[in-house]
Design a protein. Structure first.
Length: 147
């Protein structure tokens, strides 16, 4: 269980990734303790309408305000994911925050699932005598877990 000391989220554009209409994708950069990861927010904007300093769309027109509200919603959701991980006392890394935001759950496996996976994967690779020893180990582990 490790808590982060620093956490940040920025919105950036990639000007070298212009499409045929002159639009560039917007990315959210999540930084935790100096390590960062980026994810797409699935929106595009013209580089001339982007304020690099503020990480938002320029202007006060209705389109810019709607666009900036969308970015604020994304920022709030990422912060919420960070807080959830903190409350659950899980290790906070940029990847775990991103996975929580995207809804990707980490799969946890039991010891017996791991042993069973090992035995089935190595069925044709290992000799029968070695597999017999692994099956015996599996049986002993199962007896131990029952007690």
């Amino acid at each position: 269980m490790r808590y982060s000391k620093t956490f940040g989220i920025q919105f950036i554009i990639r000007q070298n990734k212009l499409d045929e209409n002159g639009m560039t994708p917007i990315r959210a950069r999540i930084t935790v303790d100096g390590k960062r990861v980026e994810l797409s927010v699935k929106k595009k904007i013209s580089p001339s309408l982007w304020d690099h300093g503020r990480g938002k769309a320029k202007g006060n027109n209705p389109e810019s305000r709607t666009f900036n509200r969308f970015l604020d919603h994304i920022r709030a959701r990422v912060l919420e994911c960070h807080q959830e991980l903190y409350i659950e006392k899980k290790t906070i890394t940029p990847e775990t925050v991103k996975n929580r935001f995207l809804g990707i759950e980490e799969q946890e496996h039991t010891l017996m699932e791991l042993v069973d996976f090992h035995n089935t994967q190595n069925m044709g690779v290992l000799s029968e005598g070695t597999l017999k020893n692994y099956r015996t180990t599996e049986r002993h582990l199962l007896e131990f877990l029952k007690t």
